[in-house]
Design a binder for this molecule. Sequence first.
Ligand SMILES: Nc1ncnc2c1ncn2[C@@H]1O[C@H](COP(=O)(O)OP(=O)(O)OP(=O)(O)O)[C@@H](O)[C@H]1O
Length: 294
Amino acid sequence: MNKVAVILNPVSGNGKVQRFKDQIVVTLRDSFQSVTIYETQQSGDGTSIVERVASSVDLIVVAGGDGTVNEVVNAIAPLEERPAFAIIPGGTSNDFSREIGMLQHPLKAAEQIAHKNSMWVDVGKSDHYYFLNFWGIGLITQVSETVDIGSKQNIGRLAYYLRTLQTIGGENPFHLKVETDTDTWEGEAVMLLVGNGTYTGGIRAFFPEGSIKDGLLDVLLIKETSLQTFWEILQSRVSNQIQNKEGIITFQTPKITITADPEQTIDCDGERQNKTPSTVGILPKHIKMIVGNV
Ligand SMILES: Nc1ncnc2c1ncn2[C@@H]1O[C@H](COP(=O)(O)OP(=O)(O)OP(=O)(O)O)[C@@H](O)[C@H]1O
């Protein structure tokens, strides 16, 4: 692994990684023969940079937040020949970087990347869209729609959950049908989350036992929401015991087909891309990632 392209979003996390740009390059050059840095100017640049450089580099590093990671993964995942991928966390939640054990200080993460420890990880796929952390409909989309920029920057990942708690009571139940190769469930629901990684919005709340290398999706279906139920889910990261809670169904599957009435907006890793119906699957060990302490 010798040639590296760093895709840096200068505005992620209020310019968090931008401040360390020169030191990141110095750190990586100690370990890799060639390191080129590409700064994004606007949404979509991450995709076009990958299209330009993917065939000529061994490793693509995103220095930025979850939005930039998501864009770049969507450009790398469909390729036949995929370069390895790494993350220097620079946003608010930095979900997948936590999943793969990256330290949250940009320079410390660059030092971890210089060690070149790698692991093949699963990637989720919803129709033609790829995700690393989660796919969700219902309450989760109301949450990310209502997290305003101010509170996101001030209190970061906690904003996600505080807003969730505030949203409870205003949820809109919908008719949901989920089908796997072996089972079908149909009924009224307020949220369906399908996880690959275990982090959502910066904390390990919903899928404490998930794995990014088991070739399976973790499904969490909430039939009804009450403050109590939701609090228990957030607590589940301590107890690991959500399976038997009333109003909640959890299971693992490699593939799930989802239909909702009325149709629901889909949130993939914090980005709203499509509406239901949707088929969600897992691509086992699809991307080679440079990891930290896993
Ligand atoms: N130079 C730029 N100026 C303005 N916006 C940019 C620029 N480069 C990229 N963008 C856009 O900035 C958006 C936010 O990026 P990103 O998610 O990395 O940071 P963040 O919002 O601070 O992090 P998080 O998603 O973890 O909260 C992305 O949608 C991206 O397309």
